[in-house]
Design a binder for this molecule. Structure first.
Ligand SMILES: [Zn+2]
Length: 380
């Protein structure tokens, strides 16, 4: 087992390679992104120019930009930035997968109230959504959260379409959160549909899943673009948390993605126990590369056990109608990979030149383009 001399990634990370100095390819990827997304005056200018464009595009519309909210640190801070720092008219959008933590609900409320920002919300048909989640577990793939993540993304487009808004801001930061290595996760609407057809009743009526035709329409016809402002900012999450607490009465919920109870359960129990995937590798390595955490501290922190609430497993079993035996079988079932099921992946690869244009014009993110259009994977 080789460990990178700069970050804490080791040979267990998919597609990792090491150079002669013992530094991994993901550290190189970080360095090139760091150059591509500067946080100095050039970064400031990129954001300011973008904000001006957003204001122009928003003329005659009730809002300039749609921002997805989860009650988490990144999205709460983006609301503050967009409205109070850049003077944008913000519409917040939220997809409720019905597993919000109490803190998340309160966080969304206090920040929106204080900033006086409207909320577009989509509540899913519980019964249907729970059946899809059950199918994803029975399929033995790591992407349990794929239905929620796709529905979130789709809700942002729906909010844009409803009010003629052309811009979505995403709260991702590669310097604090990292970029998950290719091969850990995949998602698209066809993937969910094929799994739900095989393991469930196949009915998907109310769950918004970013169907390909609809998505392309939102980009090409409605001209809805995506932007990640935190890529151009010296984003210090610890300072931001303190700021949100003092300024908005926001509350910290104990860990990245833990504001939602299924995200908490999947990241802290299901992924590490069944698939050996611990997202802290990604997060801590990113923090080490960006100088926010020392490598020694990260190596110590990664050994700490992940917090886990047994009540969550009880709740998930009961809501998804899984007996103890069903659950044991899910955990014992050999792990599957997205390449075991029909997906849009081949279509994305065929449409690579088209998505390259969409990337260059700001409609899709570089990480989407690289993982979905460029990367070719054989059966894992
Ligand atoms: Zn590294």
């Amino acid at each position: 087992m080789q460990t990178c001399k700069r970050c804490i990634y080791n040979s267990s990370i998919p597609k990792i390679t090491f150079n002669t100095a013992g530094i991994c390819n993901y550290c190189d990827q970080y360095d090139s992104m760091n150059l591509q997304y500067p946080i100095d005056d050039r970064g400031k200018k990129i954001i300011n120019d973008y904000v001006e464009q957003i204001k122009k595009d928003g003329k005659g519309k009730p809002y300039d930009v749609v921002i997805g909210v989860s009650g988490g640190c990144d999205s709460s801070y983006m609301l503050h930035l967009a409205k109070n720092v850049y003077g944008l008219r913000v519409l917040a959008a939220h997809f409720d997968n019905t597993y919000n933590s109490k803190i998340a609900v309160e966080n969304i409320k206090v920040v929106l109230d204080k900033l006086n920002i409207d909320l577009f919300t989509y509540v899913v048909d519980n019964k249907e959504f729970e059946k899809i989640q059950k199918s994803l577990l029975l399929a033995s793939v790591p992407e349990f959260e794929a239905a929620t993540d796709l529905a979130l993304a789709t809700t942002h487009y729906m909010a844009c379409e409803k009010y003629g808004v052309k811009h979505i801001w995403e709260g991702h930061s590669f310097r604090t959160e990292g970029v998950s290595p290719p091969g850990w996760f995949y998602m698209d609407a066809k993937y969910i549909k094929s799994i739900h057809k095989k393991f469930g009743d196949g009915v998907i009526k109310s769950t918004p899943l970013l169907w390909l035709g609809k998505w392309i329409k939102w980009m090409v016809v409605n001209k809805i673009k995506k932007f990640r402002p935190l890529y151009y900012l010296d984003y210090n999450k610890e300072d931001v948390k303190k700021f949100l607490v003092s300024e908005y009465g926001w509350q910290w919920y104990g860990g990245h993605h833990m504001e939602n109870r299924t995200a908490y359960f999947i990241n802290n129990y299901y992924l590490p126990v069944k698939f050996g995937i611990d997202l802290r590798w990604c997060e801590y390595s990113a923090l080490v590369r960006s100088g926010r955490l020392s490598r020694e501290e990260a190596l110590g922190k990664i050994k700490e056990p992940k917090p886990y609430e047994p009540d969550l497993l009880v709740e998930i079993k009961s809501r998804l109608k899984l007996s103890d035996t069903d659950w044991d079988n899910i955990m014992k079932e050999p792990n599957k990979h997205y390449t075991d099921y029909p997906t849009y992946k081949k279509t994305f690869e065929r449409l690579r030149p088209f998505f390259f244009i969409l990337l260059k014009s700001g409609y899709v993110t570089r990480s989407f383009y690289e993982k979905f259009c460029v990367l070719r994977e054989k059966r894992a």
